[in-house]
Design a protein around this ligand. Structure first.
Ligand code: SF4
Length: 479
């Protein structure tokens, strides 16, 4: 579990948590920051602290609740809840939109509870259903149907039952696998944590599916939602997932290379009239390979990342991002001096990190800077677990390509088209969530909030917090 969680630290760097089950009791360890390196002397201490042979773990970056250290540690998963002899522990990836409605329901049942973020609510909602006398599939189905948002959930119960389920749109990844001797079963967001343990992947959970585990080491699959409409996050392909993870039998890096080849086809004149391609490390590396293959341009590895500055710029807080990217990326000046440069980048969200890279390139003497961006222009917020949750923070919500180029200092910004992005993933268009680039949200409440806030935003309203939390507050509910 430790190595698996470290392999997935890119999915959240603000805090980490482990929980194990042994003879009816839960044991947990939680802390801020990245999953730590363990010295040999500490390993025995951890074994003592976390006994048992069932466990769940989680890394988090905040998309719900406050961002100070105390709130982050309170929101660190796995969460636990207990009532009327039913006890559960939950680890969840995603984000819930109808938090206000859930909060009312949960506090009606448990008036003493203070829920600081959506993972608390998911845990307590599941507990309410489980203790109501429903069977496990009935309780999970009722929970699934009551939540608007994205949720891939792992759960251990006080009697040692271990199961996982995915929201009816399957927005976030979650796969199942086993150890070579078949004695250990595992669920994981990405396949990299199976690889690092030498485990084999069995299957990706379907949208609306519950998977239970049996004591003799088997998975049992229960499709709880009839004809679910899949909406897998397209941003996982462009940015979020690790390049060496497998989705639908293909490595993410292969798809990112295809993105690069697509950009050359879409912008042939720029590709013909440039001298080198350079990547914003590291999510720009695979598209740069694709650009190199399709155009013949040299992939000049003249932008280097500091190996020990590990945070991903995208998931940093606003005040941390600018300085981190400045310290993290080094441009080898003589390699770009006087050159017309194509820079491959996974996405432009706020534009601030891209601007730093372009400033550095200009200082080094780059004659032209063309941005090849694999994820199309982000025009709307995400409600499902990626913290781009207001219109105001998105440069693409109010600016077109030309304006963005001017703001960030590029000669041209070239986005991959939505059609080519979809084709490269191998998915059907209707099976992907692309809400942040199309404005069409797979869940009804997210659509309603996005539309309402867009109208207010365009009329001059200044968003102060995430949209789903603004709506909650305006309806009189304080987090
Ligand atoms: S809105 Fe964008 S980032 Fe969020 S789940 Fe959909 S595709 Fe992914």
């Amino acid at each position: 579990m430790y190595w698996g969680l470290r392999a997935e630290n890119h999915r959240g760097h603000q805090s980490h948590g482990f929980l194990t089950y042994n003879e009816g009791k839960f044991y947990s360890y939680k802390n801020l920051d990245l999953v730590p390196k363990l010295k040999t002397s500490v390993i025995q201490e951890w074994f003592g602290r976390l006994p048992g042979n069932i466990g769940i773990a989680n890394v988090r970056y905040t998309t719900s609740g406050k961002c100070d250290d105390q709130s982050i540690i309170q929101g660190t998963q796995p969460m636990t809840a207990e009532a009327d002899g039913v006890k559960i522990a939950v680890s969840f990836n995603g984000n819930i939109v109808n938090t206000q409605q859930l909060l009312q329901e949960v506090t009606k049942e448990f008036p003493e509870i203070k829920c600081g973020c959506d993972s608390d609510l998911v845990c307590n909602k599941l507990l309410i259903e489980l203790k109501s006398g429903k069977t496990l599939p009935e309780a999970v189905k009722a929970t699934m149907l009551s939540l608007d948002g994205a949720f891939s959930v792992l759960c251990i119960m006080g009697n040692g039952e271990f199961f996982a389920f995915k929201d009816p749109h399957g927005i976030k990844p979650l796969c199942a696998g086993h150890s070579p001797d078949g004695k250990t079963l595992v669920f994981s967001s990405e396949t990299v944590s199976l690889d690092i343990n030498g485990f084999e992947r069995d299957f990706e959970l379907e949208p609306g599916e519950l998977v239970t585990t049996t004591k003799d080491g088997h998975f049992e699959r229960h499709q709880l939602i009839e004809k679910p409409q899949k909406a897998f996050c397209a941003f996982e392909y462009a940015y979020f997932a690790r390049p060496d993870s497998l989705f639908d039998g293909r490595y993410v890096y292969e798809i990112r290379e295809e993105f690069g080849r697509n950009l050359v086809k879409e912008y042939p004149e720029i590709s013909k009239n440039s001298d080198i391609v350079l990547s914003v490390p590291e999510t720009g590396d695979d598209p740069a390979m694709g650009v190199h293959e399709a155009s013949g341009l040299r992939w000049e590895r003249a932008s280097r990342r500091h190996r020990y500055v590990t945070e991903r710029a995208f998931i940093l807080l606003n005040n941390e991002r600018y300085s981190t990217i400045d310290r993290k990326v080094n441009i080898l000046g003589s390699k770009v001096d006087g050159k017309r440069v194509i820079v491959t980048e996974d996405s432009i969200v706020r534009g601030d990190t891209t601007k730093v890279i372009i400033e550095k390139l200009r200082k080094s003497g780059a004659e032209k800077v063309y941005m090849f961006v694999t994820f199309p222009r982000i025009i709307g917020p995400c409600f499902y677990g990626i913290d781009m949750s207001t219109y105001g923070q998105l440069i693409g919500s109010t600016h077109n390509e030309e304006e963005i180029a001017k703001i960030i200092g590029a000669d041209q910004v070239c986005y991959q088209s939505i059609e080519n992005l979809v084709k490269a993933t191998g998915c059907k268009k209707e099976d992907l969530c692309m809400a942040c680039i199309t404005g069409k949200y797979p869940t009804p409440l997210a659509q309603e909030f996005a539309d309402k806030m867009k109208t207010r935003f365009l009329a001059g309203y200044q968003e102060k917090t995430r949209i789903y939390e603004t709506v909650s507050e305006s309806q009189g509910v304080q987090w």
